[in-house]
Write a protein that binds this ligand. Sequence first.
Ligand code: 5RP
Length: 293
Amino acid sequence: MADLDNIKETKKFSPDNPQNAQGFHVKGCSNYGWGMKTRLSNIFNPKSGRTLMLAFDHGYFLGPTSGLERIDLTIPPLAPYIDVFMGTRGALTACIEPGLLNGKAVALRCSSGSSILNDDLSHELVSVDINEAARLNASCMAVQVFIGSDGQKQSIENISKLIDTGNAAGIPTMGVVAVGKTMERTTKYFQLATRMIAEFGAQIVKCYYCDDFETVTAGCPVPIVIAGGKKLPEKDALDMCYNSLQRGAAGIDMGRNIFQSEAPVAMVRAVRSIVHDGITSDQAYEMYQDIRK
Ligand code: 5RP
């Protein structure tokens, strides 16, 4: 085992020298088979290499939250502008018409195990079987990973199980860096957690934006998509999207900053243009204001 007493400061991330793509548009995934690559291509647009996911899986531990009281009313109007629906199997099958999925992908939430009634949210289990993921046509399976918390080992078992079964079925796994009340949100923490998740074998990592984010993306050999976090003023959320992509993120997986916006359709369209059309956050904010008029 590496010597824990003599860990040198990490500096050589070389963000200006991107990892060799090896002929496939999804970072670090060129050595997978055809099925896995088709699913990754459902998620990451082969032209831009990017993705816009809409996260609406909050109810799996929070119950009905602001903006998601009625998934059937909130999500369908946003559907034309997103690439991926990130939800639980219950929300997807009960509230999302299969026809809305035409040309789009599913990121299926596959872990659960606690609720807001628990102080420690880190004890989860794999709550969706691989056959169910295949039946629901999931393009990836999402699982929380709690590095540094009580549930760390359990969540590493969960992601390892999903990766083993997912690789056998050609379904990618997205490891979600969990941040709880007491968990760190520092650059060092995100460097550690994203890298660990990639080394477990996840094809996609979801993480929060932070200072020096280019060191987090450069140190992670597979694509990172950012979570939105708590609702911010629209311009701040658009700045975060733009900055994260400039610093190496391959996409946005946002929830509250879209569906809790004053104008969710205007917001999702503005975010989409940052992700796929390469506009700046100033231009996107102008677009947001024009559409919401
Ligand atoms: C954490 C998740 C959630 O889907 C996601 O982070 C919530 O989205 P947002 O923070 O943008 O509202 O993966 O469990």
